[in-house]
Design a protein around this ligand. Sequence first.
Ligand SMILES: Nc1nc2c(c(=O)[nH]1)N[C@H]1C(S)=C(S)[C@@H](COP(=O)(O)O)O[C@H]1N2
Ligand SMILES: [Mo]
Length: 305
Amino acid sequence: MLIRRPADIQPSEITPAEIYHQRRSFMVGAGSLALAGLLPQQAEAALPAYTRSPYSASDNPTSQRAATTYNNFYELGTDKADPAQNTHRLKPAPWTLRVEGLVNKPRSFALEDLLRLTPLEERIYRMRCVEGWSMVIPWVGFPLASLLKLVEPQGSARYVEFVSHYDRNTMTRGVLDWPYTEGLRLDEAQHPLTLLAVGMYGDVLPVQNGAPVRLVVPWKYGFKGSKSIVTIRLVEKQPLTAWMKAGPTEYGFYSNVNPEVDHPRWSQATERRIGEFTKRRTQMFNGYADQVAGLYTGMDLRRYF
Ligand SMILES: Nc1nc2c(c(=O)[nH]1)N[C@H]1C(S)=C(S)[C@@H](COP(=O)(O)O)O[C@H]1N2
Ligand SMILES: [Mo]
């Protein structure tokens, strides 16, 4: 992301797989696990029932194949095709997400606990990467606000830091200061559009998309959406993020999608939606301005980029 211009995905790689409407989650019984040679804790949890969200965009979803083979997940390799080929480097089960810091009730959540948080919804969101491409993804997840409520943020908590899993023995070394960290202001984190995703296209999250739990913030550039999160920490001061450390003039804390504020090395005015051939104009806050512009009233968005 720091170095390269996006290598465009080949049209031949994109298949019109609009089968996401069909829910394909399934329960795996102990018997079939044994048959598959898996220990119970290695089985992926099944998605519980979920509903369609009124927050869904009406845009056509990107093909599932493109969304699962054209990825940024540097821990699994820096080329777009790498993450899907290196899924063995991350074991999504068993998983524990620790929520800590300035909260009254710090707590560790097993994935099974997370899957009980509500409302669990399918949300079709437009996603815009800072590199200039975009996708439309039917996520399945619950509002981050539901989780934050359970731990009771203290009055002094003003920001939320997200830490991704990192294993130096199996994952990329160098490139970024690992683990991958990101952050949001507390009110951004509590906004109803901010989702913790546990699935996409009706299934559990594939490893390359951030299994088993990742952040989705549709009005911000894609890199704000931390994958494979192990710690969520409520803090008083604005956290330094992995991308800010790597390139402070290129990646700001806010990173709201904004066609009027260029990246120092390229324009952000247009985008190419994966699967389309003509470019689109990028919309302010990625088209979510009605819902989120109020979070930034009075702020100079050139300074707070
Ligand atoms: N842990 C981690 N999270 C990450 C990244 C990463 O390299 N590591 N890349 C980010 C970037 S730059 C983008 S565009 C999105 C891509 O998500 P997707 O592959 O599910 O489309 O994940 C974000 N989350
Ligand atoms: Mo990105």
